[in-house]
Design a protein around this ligand. Structure first.
Ligand code: SAM
Length: 217
């Protein structure tokens, strides 16, 4: 599963250029038995299987410097842009990706894993969640994005959703024959007015779609 989509485009080039690196461990490789068993039935009964703490520990101990430890989990701290900014400052990170019902609580407590959720829904495994966290962090690393200014204006960076974008052609006539034009102000070359328009649009969009992001009046 790794690097998956991170091997392409922006993050793929950054990987090739050594701006980030990864080491994906297959937890099964640390199982002791012939069947490579990593899970067992839950104490207390119930459906599903739970990943064993001793096997996860062996995998973890194979890293020289695991850095900050995260367990991908739907009950974890919410992944927000603020959280992404915080995570991207760590030199080394380890993402423990669960399967089945999840992992034995004792490994999380003993090694002080921070639980991290990518949203209020349940995936079948933590790997896609880790890829999402990695993608969001990698693009913030120095040298990864061509224009470093872009990150500052994006949605959530300043607490608001981003303003709308337009490019050529102008006008654009769709296949149903309808004409769509670009707002005149963006073609005016008047930078202060353009900035003010964008700020206004940003605020309008946030008020309309995500009023929860706005400070309370
Ligand atoms: N029994 C768990 C629960 O109800 O909270 C769900 C386990 S889920 C089927 C298997 C694994 O997927 C989890 O251990 C976790 O690593 C990962 N996962 C599922 N949803 C996730 C989410 N929203 N964010 C991060 N990781 C998630």
């Amino acid at each position: 599963m790794f690097p998956g989509s991170l091997g392409q485009s922006l993050s793929g080039r950054a990987l090739e250029n050594g701006l980030w690196s990864y080491n994906a461990l297959q937890i099964r490789d640390y199982a002791a038995d012939r069947h490579k068993t990593v899970d067992d039935t839950p104490f207390g009964g119930g459906a599903g299987m739970v990943m064993r703490p001793d096997i996860i520990e062996k995998a973890l101990n194979s890293f020289n410097n695991p850095g900050k430890l995260f367990y991908m989990s739907p009950r974890g701290n919410a992944l927000t842009q603020k959280k992404v900014q915080e995570i991207s400052t760590f030199e080394n990170l380890t993402f423990l990706c669960g399967r089945y019902e999840g992992v034995d609580q004792r490994i999380l407590d003993a090694y002080e894993f921070e639980e991290l959720s990518i949203g209020d829904y349940v995936l079948s495994g933590g790997e896609p969640a880790a890829l999402i966290v990695m993608d969001a962090c990698i693009r913030l690393l120095p040298g990864v994005m061509g224009n470093e200014d872009t990150a500052g204006e994006e949605s959530f960076s300043n607490g608001l959703l981003e303003y709308p974008h337009f490019t050529k052609p102008d006008p654009w006539i769709d296949t149903k024959g309808k004409t769509h034009t670009v707002p005149e102000i963006l073609k005016s070359g008047h930078h202060a007015n353009i900035r003010a328009w964008r700020e206004r649009k940003s605020l309008e969009l946030t008020r309309e779609r995500r009023p929860d992001l706005l400070p309370e009046k």
